[in-house]
Design a protein around this ligand. Structure first.
Ligand SMILES: CC(C)(COP(=O)(O)OP(=O)(O)OC[C@H]1O[C@@H](n2cnc3c(N)ncnc32)[C@H](O)[C@@H]1OP(=O)(O)O)[C@@H](O)C(=O)NCCC(=O)NCCS
Length: 151
């Protein structure tokens, strides 16, 4: 028996379906917990706020199972950033990550934006295939919210 096809959902602003439909936030939490190192341990309440604050959200489903996700924030004109692109382990390497990123880039919030950024630790080769290039003359800087001068 062949596997069910994977359907991409382009969520409307606010991603209400993903935030409110029973079990969907839990599936997102489990996907991120299992397949990302930077986004595990996020509560469903935090994920709901994250979705509400994202200008583009794509989810990928095989039947009722969430198998991929990606989102972006954008000012709609100058700057956009891709975040949390994740594909479930057994679906990796089959083109789903590419479909998710291409769908994000086609979202109205990202169309025509002057620059689209992303941060990656070990997937630069994946993004290079999608037209992204490493930035050599800028540095990524981070301010930790709990930073204390006394430490
Ligand atoms: C990185 C990730 C999103 C890629 O999704 P995917 O569905 O496995 O990738 P695709 O099958 O669409 O790959 C597209 C191309 O990129 C290549 N590629 C995939 N992952 C890569 C990686 N980590 N490094 C270099 N190239 C990669 C593939 O070989 C493929 O090339 P091909 O078209 O020549 O065969 C997925 O592997 C994943 O979720 N990994 C864990 C979470 C993660 O690290 N996310 C990245 C956040 S920055």
């Amino acid at each position: 028996m062949s596997a069910a096809p994977i359907q991409l959902i382009r969520h409307r602003r606010g991603a209400w379906r993903l935030r409110r439909a029973p079990g969907q936030l839990q599936q997102l939490q489990q996907l991120l917990d299992a397949h990302s190192f930077w986004a595990n341990g996020r509560s469903q309440r935090e994920l709901s706020r994250m979705l509400a604050g994202s200008q583009a959200v794509i989810s990928a489903w095989q039947g009722s199972r969430l198998v991929g996700f990606g989102r972006a924030t954008s000012d709609g004109v100058f700057r956009a950033v891709l975040w949390d692109v994740v594909v479930a382990g057994e679906h990796q390497g089959r083109g789903l990550g590419r479909r998710i990123v291409e769908a994000l880039l086609q979202e109205p919030a990202l169309q025509g934006v002057e620059r689209t950024y992303l941060m990656t630790t070990n997937s630069a080769g994946f993004y290079e295939q999608l037209g992204f290039t490493a930035v050599e003359n800028q540095r990524l800087m981070l301010r930790h919210p709990f930073h204390s001068d006394s430490q």
